[in-house]
Design a protein around this ligand. Structure first.
Ligand code: CO
Length: 136
């Protein structure tokens, strides 16, 4: 068996309308604390990361009306937005997607939050789930 390119679940991203309310829900209900917050203007989002063992729950809210997350909330409502898989080599994992006929959103790896390198894989061709490849 060959080694999997996916080494860990990095984060599960949930699109929310009210970031503060979602943070309060996770804190009050589960005792989960925010370990990182970041506004990513290039993606039109603000995120809060809650640590769950070696992974995160990423609460995601749009900062502009034209953000893809704003569009997502409009059409699908709040809920699971994407799954971030940790990879050792984002470029190699992205190439494997292309080699296997998958559709990519990012043609090449780019900077993500927390100083990571990321690339998104289109849900069409990935069984309906938006996938983010995350290299730390
Ligand atoms: Co993400």
């Amino acid at each position: 068996m060959t080694q999997s390119l996916l080494t860990e679940i990095d984060h599960v991203a949930i699109a929310v309308r009210d970031l503060e309310a979602a943070i309060a829900y996770y804190r009050d209900t589960f005792g989960a604390e925010v370990v990182h917050r970041e506004r990513v203007d290039s993606d039109g989002v603000e995120e809060a990361l809650l640590e769950v063992a070696d992974s995160y729950v990423q609460l995601l809210t749009p900062t502009t009306d034209t953000s893809p997350v704003a569009k997502y909330l409009e059409t699908k409502g709040e809920g699971l937005h994407h799954v971030g898989y940790r990879v050792a080599d984002c470029a190699a994992a992205l190439q494997s997607v292309k080699d296997h006929g998958g559709r990519t959103i990012d043609d090449a790896p780019r900077p993500g939050s927390r100083g990571t390198t990321v690339a998104f894989v289109h849900p069409k061709g990935a069984f309906g789930t938006l996938i983010e490849l995350v290299q730390e």
